[in-house]
Design a protein around this ligand. Structure first.
Ligand code: MLT
Length: 408
């Protein structure tokens, strides 16, 4: 009989968002008339902007024509998209990248999990608590952790608590670590990192010979011009960091799928006999072996994000979501909640009422207000007693949900 990867058995409960959906479905079945509003999973609700639809339709037409049809594309992505990314997302911020350093994919979720394939199982990984669950679960699946304790923390992972006391910014680990996951603007807390904070991390990684896995999927939501959008805005970061970006929230691509990862050519990690080995060719090898590239249609659509029209239209949509964030933040603060995030990020992180557990608060909100959020505990033990709301619902639903909050 075939055997399984036993590390999967260490995983606690189901993946967070399917578990939330399961509970919502069960409630809806029992209460078919309930008009449930979801501020749970960060899924966008505004349709794709016209410039992107135009590019997408053109790409579809090209696929139907013998002369312009595209089969397999380059695994790393089409140059037309890579060039637009380099020019607009990096050069404009003083960062020079080479085409070979950008890898287009179908999602930052997959990339933040898959990147671990190229790193040894003996690496000590540091992860913030709370964090996007993919970082922890992917390491568990790979066998880089021990069992979970009763709090839900896995042995061998170095947890970096993010609390109201430290402003949800993790302290530098005191113990040995090799790989550090960072996410700014943060999912789930909505915290952002200044240049000073990111510089500390880059210095730390340099001194400790560690690698930073920097998830910048929400950079488009930064409104404060002093907050860096990319880790590479920090001097020396190309020696120590990999960056993940996504079109999902920036341009409404959650259902289209397109993202990219930057792996600098100069980034190195320890190979056999302690020799430093370049990481970029390893990721290139992994990417081209297990992935055949994002579809031509997705990439042609993503390139339209960088046209003048596309930029303007995406900015307008982001403004809608940020107005939602603002409304959620101010409404909850008025109701007496301790509220965080939502200023340079589409997530609002709040303390539950009367220290209620996150899942109890979830149930109370679902039952009394028919509003869905995400229990903070699902992002890690330090999220216990907290709750996450997203700003990605429609403005009408956000307004209605805030009215219902008053009555719980
Ligand atoms: C979230 O709600 O945390 C995100 O939408 C999940 C994801 O991007 O995979």
């Amino acid at each position: 009989m075939a055997t399984i990867n036993e590390h999967f058995l260490k995983l606690r409960a189901g993946y967070l968002f399917p578990e939330v959906s399961r509970r919502v479905r069960a409630y809806q079945e029992k209460n078919p008339k309930a008009k449930i509003i979801s501020l749970g999973i960060g899924d966008v609700t505004q349709p794709l902007p016209p410039a992107i639809i135009k590019a997408m339709k053109k790409a579809v037409d090209e696929m139907g024509n013998k002369a312009t049809f595209h089969g397999y594309g380059p695994e790393r992505g089409y140059d037309f998209l890579i060039d637009a990314i380099i020019e607009n997302d990096y050069k404009s911020r003083g960062v020079d990248l080479d085409r070979s350093e950008v890898f287009v994919s179908d999602g930052a979720k997959c990339d933040t999990g898959n990147i671990l394939d190229i790193f040894g199982l003996d690496n000590v990984v540091a992860i913030t608590d709370p964090s996007y669950p993919v970082y922890v679960d992917s390491n568990v699946m790979a066998g880089r952790t021990g069992e979970a304790n009763t709090k839900g923390q896995y042995k061998k992972i170095v947890y970096m608590p993010c609390t109201a006391e430290n402003g949800f910014i993790p302290a530098l680990p005191k113990s040995h670590v090799d790989i550090v996951f960072l996410c700014f603007p943060n999912n789930p807390t909505g915290a952002v990192a200044t240049k000073k904070i990111l510089s500390k991390w880059v210095d730390f990684a340099y001194k400790r010979q560690a690698i930073l896995l920097f998830d910048a999927a929400y950079e488009a939501f930064i409104t404060d011009p002093k907050i860096p959008h990319s880790i590479y805005e920090i001097e020396g970061a190309k020696d120590v960091a990999i960056e993940f970006r996504s079109f999902s929230k920036t341009a409404g691509f959650t259902g289209v799928r397109c993202a990219f990862t930057v792996v600098p050519k100069q980034l190195k990690a320890k190979g056999p006999r302690g020799k430093a080995v370049k990481v970029n060719p390893l990721w290139s090898r992994r990417h081209s072996t297990k992935f055949n590239g994002a579809s031509y249609i997705s990439q042609a659509s993503a390139a339209a994000v960088y046209t003048d029209e596309g930029k303007e239209q995406c900015r307008k949509i982001i403004k809608i979501y940020m107005r939602n964030a603002n409304l959620i933040h101010s409404s909850l603060a008025r109701l007496g909640y301790q509220v965080y995030g939502g200023k340079n990020a589409p997530y609002i992180w709040l303390k539950t009422l009367s220290n209620m557990s996150s899942w109890n608060f979830f149930d109370r909100l679902l039952q009394n207000a028919n509003v869905v959020g995400t229990p903070g505990e699902g992002f890690g033990p330090a999220g216990q007693g907290y709750f996450r709301l997203t700003a990605f619902a429609t403005p009408e639903n956000v307004k209605e949900a805030m009215g219902r909050f008053a009555g719980i």
